[in-house]
Ligand binder design. Structure first.
Ligand code: F6P
Length: 543
C-alpha cells in the first residue's frame, strides 16, 4: 500500500503553516513586500500568470513544492509523456500530449509510431475540411454544405463547442456549426428545425460509439435527413461522418469507414479536443488555425514537461489548488473569463476537472483521508459581477478564483475593451484588499450601514493575461488547465483518467428505459420512490 500523503512530513508542515498564516491578510503581505506583484508571477508561452493575490507566502510555495517532490511529481510527468500506462484501472497510456507533437517529433508507444498516426489523421481531417470549406464536397442533391451539426456528449461535445465559440473571430468559410448533445428530444429538434438537410453535414462524435445519447440523436438525425430529402440510405455517405475509436460500431451504424476519423484509446474523452474530435472546429476555422491551436497546446506541454516545479506554472497552480482544498477548506473554484467568446470555457473545465479528479480512492484502491476535486464553476465577466460576485466579496465561503483576460480584443470598438478590462483589474484588487471599516466611515457612511459596506478582502485570485484570444492562446489555456488537473491528481495519488462514477447511472437508465414505455407494466425490484415517480410519469405521459 502506498504511503498516505497526509502522514508525510511535507503535508504536516503545510498543515502547521496553514494555521500560522490563517490570520494574515493580503493587505499585510503586499505592504511587507513592494515587489510581491512582480515576484509571484510566472510565464508559460504567451500566458502571464500573476498568483501574487493568493493566500500564500514564499514559505507556502517552498512547502508546496517540497510536497510535489515528495510525491515525485516530475517522475509522474515523465511517465505520462513517455506513454506509460498511468491510467491503471483501464491499463492505458495517457497521451493527449502526443496529439499536439510536431510532425518531426518521435514517440513510439506499445510498438506504435504515435506521431505518424496522429499526423496521418490530422492530414485526412485537413483534406476533408478543405473539401467541405471550398465547396468541392457536395451533399446528396449537389449543394454545398453550409451547416455542420456535431452530435456528441461530454468530451465529444464540450471541447468542440467551447473552442468553436472561443474562435468565433476566426471562422472564415461561411460554415456554421451547431452542437447537439442532450438526449432531450428538444435539443435535436431545435437545432435542426430550421435547417435544410441538403446543406447539412452531421459529424457524429463518440469515442466508444455506444453512448446512448449520441446514438439516439444520430438515429434521429438520419431519419430527419432522409425524410427531409426523400432520399435513400445512399445519402448518408454525403451527410454523415464519424469520429470514433470504434470502427466496427461506426460501420454498424451505417457510416462508411472512409468517412470516419479515428483516434486512440490513450485519448480520454475530456482531453480529446486536439484529436479528430475537434473536426467541427477545423471545418469552421480551417486546418491552419487548428494547427496553431495544437502548437499552443504543445508550447505549454513542453513547459510542463521540462520546467522544475519551482518555475513550472501549471504545477504551481495545481499546488495552489491543493493548498486551498486540503489546507484552507475551500470546496469550489471559480473560473471567470473576461472574454465573451470564452463563455463555454467554465462548462468545458467542469468536465476536465471534475470528471478527472472527482475520485475518492488512491491508485492502489485505498480510500483517501483528505479532500480531492474541487467544484469548478464560473461565467464570463462582467456578467458574473452582476450575479454571484456578491457572495465572493462578502459571503462566508473561501472561493479561489481565476480571472482570465486578453490585452487586445478580437473586435476593437472605441474604448469598450478598456472599460471591460478596468473591471477585470478592479475586481481582483477589490477582492484582495477590500475596504476597511475606517475607510467606509471616512466616507460619511451612517454608522448602522458601516458593517454592511465593509469589504473584508483577502479573497484569493489568480490573474491570467494573454496578448489576444487566438487559436494558439486558446490551446495554451486548455493545456494549462489539463496540467493543473494532473498535478492535483498526482498529489492526491488518484487516477484522473478514468470515470467509473458515471457508469452506474448509464446502466440503470438502460434498465429503466423499457419500464417507461408502457410495454413492461412490472416495475420489478425498483425502489418505492423511483417506482412511484415512474407510475406518475407513465400516467401523465399517457403510457
Ligand atoms: O460521461 C462519461 C463519458 O464517458 C465521458 O467521459 C465522455 O466524454 C462521454 O461519456 C462521451 O463518451 P463517448 O465519446 O464514448 O460517446
Amino acid at each position: 500500500m502506498a504511503v498516505d500523503v497526509t502522514t508525510t512530513d511535507e503535508w504536516q508542515a503545510l498543515r502547521k503553516h496553514a494555521e500560522a498564516i490563517r490570520g494574515t491578510h493580503l493587505r499585510e503581505l503586499f505592504a511587507a513586500d513592494g515587489r510581491r506583484g512582480e515576484r509571484l508571477t510566472g510565464d508559460v508561452a504567451d500566458l502571464h500568470v500573476d498568483y501574487s493575490k493568493n493566500l500564500v507566502t514564499d514559505e507556502t510555495i517552498t512547502l508546496l513544492t517540497a510536497l510535489a517532490k515528495k510525491v515525485r511529481l516530475a517522475d509522474r510527468i515523465t511517465a505520462m509523456f513517455a506513454g506509460e500506462h498511468i491510467n491503471s484501472t483501464e491499463d492505458r497510456a495517457v497521451l493527449h500530449t502526443a496529439l499536439r507533437l510536431p510532425r518531426d517529433a518521435s514517440l513510439v508507444v506499445d510498438g506504435q509510431d504515435v506521431v505518424a498516426g496522429v499526423h496521418a489523421v490530422l492530414d485526412r481531417m485537413a483534406a476533408f475540411a478543405q473539401r467541405v470549406r471550398s465547396g468541392s464536397w457536395r451533399g446528396y442533391t449537389g449543394e454545398r454544405i453550409t451547416t455542420v451539426v456535431n452530435i456528441g456528449i461530454g468530451g465529444s461535445d464540450l471541447g468542440p463547442v467551447m473552442a468553436y465559440e472561443a474562435l468565433k473571430a476566426y471562422r472564415d468559410a461561411g460554415i456554421s456549426c451547431r452542437f447537439v448533445s442532450n438526449i432531450d428530444p428538444t435539443d435535436i429538434h431545435d437545432k435542426t428545425v430550421d435547417l435544410d438537410p441538403a446543406t447539412t453535414l452531421f459529424v457524429v462524435v463518440s469515442k466508444t460509439f455506444s453512448t446512448q445519447e449520441t446514438l439516439a440523436n444520430a438515429n434521429q438525425a438520419r431519419r430527419w435527413l432522409l425524410a427531409g430529402m426523400d432520399a435513400d440510405d445512399s445519402a448518408i455517405a454525403r451527410h454523415f461522418v464519424a469520429v470514433s475509436t470504434n470502427e466496427q460500431r461506426v460501420r454498424d451504424f451505417g457510416i462508411d469507414p472512409e468517412n470516419m476519423f479515428g483516434f486512440w484509446d490513450w485519448v480520454g474523452g475530456r482531453y480529446s479536443l486536439p484529436s479528430a474530435v475537434g473536426l467541427s472546429v477545423m471545418l469552421a476555422v480551417g486546418p491552419e488555425r487548428f494547427r496553431e491551436m495544437l502548437a499552443g497546446y504543445h508550447a505549454v506541454d513542453e513547459h510542463f514537461r521540462t520546467m522544475p516545479v519551482e518555475r513550472n506554472v501549471p504545477a504551481l497552480l495545481g499546488l495552489l489548488n491543493v493548498w486551498y482544498t486540503d489546507f484552507l477548506e475551500a470546496q469550489t473554484h471559480a473560473v471567470l473569463p473576461y472574454s465573451q467568446y470564452l463563455h463555454r470555457f467554465p462548462a468545458y473545465l467542469q468536465q476536465l476537472t471534475m470528471e478527472s479528479n472527482g475520485k475518492s480512492v488512491t491508485l492502489d484502491g485505498t480510500p483517501v483521508t483528505y479532500r480531492t476535486g474541487e467544484i469548478f464553476w464560473g461565467e464570463p465577466g462582467t456578467n458574473g459581477q452582476h450575479a454571484f460576485y456578491q457572495l465572493i466579496h462578502q459571503g462566508t465561503l473561501l472561493i479561489p478564483a481565476d480571472f482570465i483576460a486578453f490585452s487586445r480584443p478580437n473586435h476593437d470598438l472605441g474604448d469598450m475593451h478598456d472599460l471591460f478590462m478596468s473591471n477585470f483589474f478592479a475586481q481582483t484588487a477589490a477582492l484582495a484588499f477590500g475596504r476597511t471599516k475606517e475607510q467606509v466611515e471616512a466616507e460619511g457612511t451612517p454608522a448602522d450601514v458601516v458593517p454592511h459596506r465593509v469589504m473584508p478582502g483577502n479573497h484569493p485570485t489568480t490573474s491570467i493575461i494573454a496578448p489576444k484570444l487566438t487559436p494558439s492562446t486558446l490551446g495554451q489555456l486548455i493545456a494549462l488547465y489539463e496540467h493543473i488537473v494532473f498535478t492535483e491528481g498526482a498529489i492526491w495519488d488518484i487516477n484522473p483518467f478514468d470515470q467509473w462514477g458515471v457508469e452506474l447511472g448509464k446502466v440503470m437508465a438502460n434498465q429503466l428505459a423499457p419500464k417507461l414505455t408502457g410495454s413492461t407494466a412490472d416495475l420489478g425490484d425498483v425502489d418505492s420512490s423511483t417506482a412511484a415517480l415512474i407510475r406518475r410519469y407513465r400516467q401523465q405521459r399517457g403510457r
